[in-house]
Design a protein around this ligand. Structure first.
Ligand SMILES: [Zn+2]
Length: 310
């Protein structure tokens, strides 16, 4: 028996960067670092990069006198958590990569593979803004929009690992084309990318971002206020569908758009309240863990898996 303190190697792999940490079993972070994903070099290079970074973290843990007991990796796209396979990802390029087995083999410890939004939602539900709540809907609004339904601290992946794609709920039938092939998806109106694009189109201000629109709207600019209102109304339409399906007790908003804080939350609460008929209104709050949620959630998933293994 080693007297060394246990630690989990955690990686949250995004389209451009990887957030990495050594996480203690109580959910606190011993060490954190960031690396570029190198997605432009293709999925093989990304996989090699993930394995190198994970091995580097395990070395760092041992050098600090810690004992790596497990590794948790979170990736975007469609993730088969049961089999540990990154099935598909548009921004990282994964096609059926058996990441769990590769990481476990390289590090010599049990590994788990999770979906970035589901593990982020798990962390927010257990350690963050949803703490103490049994029915949490986490919604990440950035370039795209995705959600995680977390009940009693466990996020539901669906039959194919593809649950939570609320960004592709059609809220404006016949509306703008979406990357998924459908028209009028929530993502085409309510995402940070859509807000910036729409405002740039109408105003002629090239390269406008959602946070520019939020600031201009707060300063009283009519056009920005209109674009912002269109987005919050679309988000409320999406949330109404989610509430009909999940009856969440609390909705936790994360991702870049949530950085607008009350400028987003306040109109969204009003717009959802106006749409609600028999459903019950959830609390709507901002995420609490920032961009460490993914890493913490990946570590939680790894610890859950250890606890479930006899
Ligand atoms: Zn879509």
């Amino acid at each position: 028996m080693s007297s060394r303190v246990d630690i989990v190697v955690a990686l949250d792999v995004g389209g451009t960067g990887m957030k990495c940490a050594l996480v203690r079993p109580d959910g606190t972070v011993h060490h954190a670092e960031r690396h570029p994903t190198l997605a432009a070099r293709g999925p093989k290079a990304v996989t090699a990069n993930i394995l190198d970074v994970a091995a580097g973290l395990a070395d760092r843990a041992r050098a600090d006198g810690l004992n790596p007991i497990a590794a948790g990796v979170a990736v975007p796209g469609v993730v088969d958590e049961e089999r540990g396979i990154a099935v598909w990802s548009s921004n990282v390029g994964f096609r059926d990569v058996p990441l769990r087995a590769l990481v476990s083999e390289r590090l010599g410890v049990p590994a788990t593979l999770g979906h970035d939004v589901r593990v982020g939602g798990t962390a927010e539900a257990r350690l963050g803004a949803g703490r103490g709540q049994r029915h949490v809907l986490f919604m990440a609004i950035g370039t795209g929009i995705a959600a995680a339904h977390v009940v009693d601290g466990k996020a539901f992946a669906g039959a194919h690992g593809a649950a939570g794609e609320i960004g592709h709920v059609v809220v404006r039938p016949g509306g703008l084309p979406c990357g998924c092939g459908q028209h009028g998806c929530l993502e085409t109106v309510g995402s940070a990318a859509a807000i910036g694009r729409r405002y740039a189109e109408l105003s002629g201000v090239a390269g406008a971002t959602a946070s520019d629109v939020a600031a201009r709207s707060a300063a009283g600019e009519q056009l920005a206020a209109t674009v912002w209102r269109e987005a919050t109304e679309a988000l409320a339409d999406g949330l109404l569908t989610a509430q009909a399906l999940y009856d969440a007790g609390i909705v936790v908003l994360g991702g870049g758009l949530a950085e607008a804080g009350e400028a987003l939350l306040a109109p969204l609460r009003i717009a959802l309240d106006q749409r609600i008929t028999f459903h019950l209104m959830p609390r709507i709050v901002r995420a609490a863990l920032g961009d460490t949620a993914g890493c913490l959630g990946a570590a939680l998933l790894a610890l859950d898996s250890l606890a479930e293994t006899p």
